[in-house]
Design a protein around this ligand. Structure first.
Ligand SMILES: [Zn+2]
Length: 139
């Protein structure tokens, strides 16, 4: 479903990061969900090691039907930081902030990697770039 990408940071898993299964609601707090399919997500070991057993009801669930990236977040292409969208309401901004924090999505090395990818794509002036994530529609 995520095509070998982490469900939380969207980074490739398996090549640079150990593949893990993340319990969105941690087993320690929700043992009844330890084997519930909709609680399990492919995850990189970086996200999993940062989040550990933390959970907050405001956390955005990657497969939620109303989870559309740009409704909650914006990317600062000068710093590589993902930020809560200034166009989102206060609840959505809070949820974005919680999600960024619990998965460490703005850790310094992650911002650097985003900037590197952005520079790679923006280097070619003939390359068409938009912000739609086509990966989920590829087979
Ligand atoms: Zn990750």
């Amino acid at each position: 479903m995520t095509q070998q990408h982490c469900a939380f940071c969207d980074g490739p898993i398996g090549s640079e990061s150990r593949k893990t299964v993340e319990h969105f609601r941690p087993k320690s707090q929700f043992p009844e969900l330890a084997f519930a399919w909709d609680n399990l997500f492919p995850c990189c070991d970086v996200c999993q090691s940062i989040k550990r057993e933390q959970y907050d009801e405001a956390l955005l669930k990657p497969d939620a039907l109303d989870y559309i990236f740009h409704h909650y977040f914006t990317v600062n292409y000068h710093t590589g930081e993902i930020e809560p969208s200034p166009h989102a309401d206060a609840t959505a901004q809070h949820r974005a902030k919680i999600t960024l924090g619990l998965y460490g999505l703005n850790a310094p090395e992650r911002k650097t990697m985003r900037l590197r990818e952005w520079q790679f794509y923006s280097y070619d002036p003939n390359q068409h770039i938009d912000d739609f994530n086509y990966r989920y529609f590829l087979e």
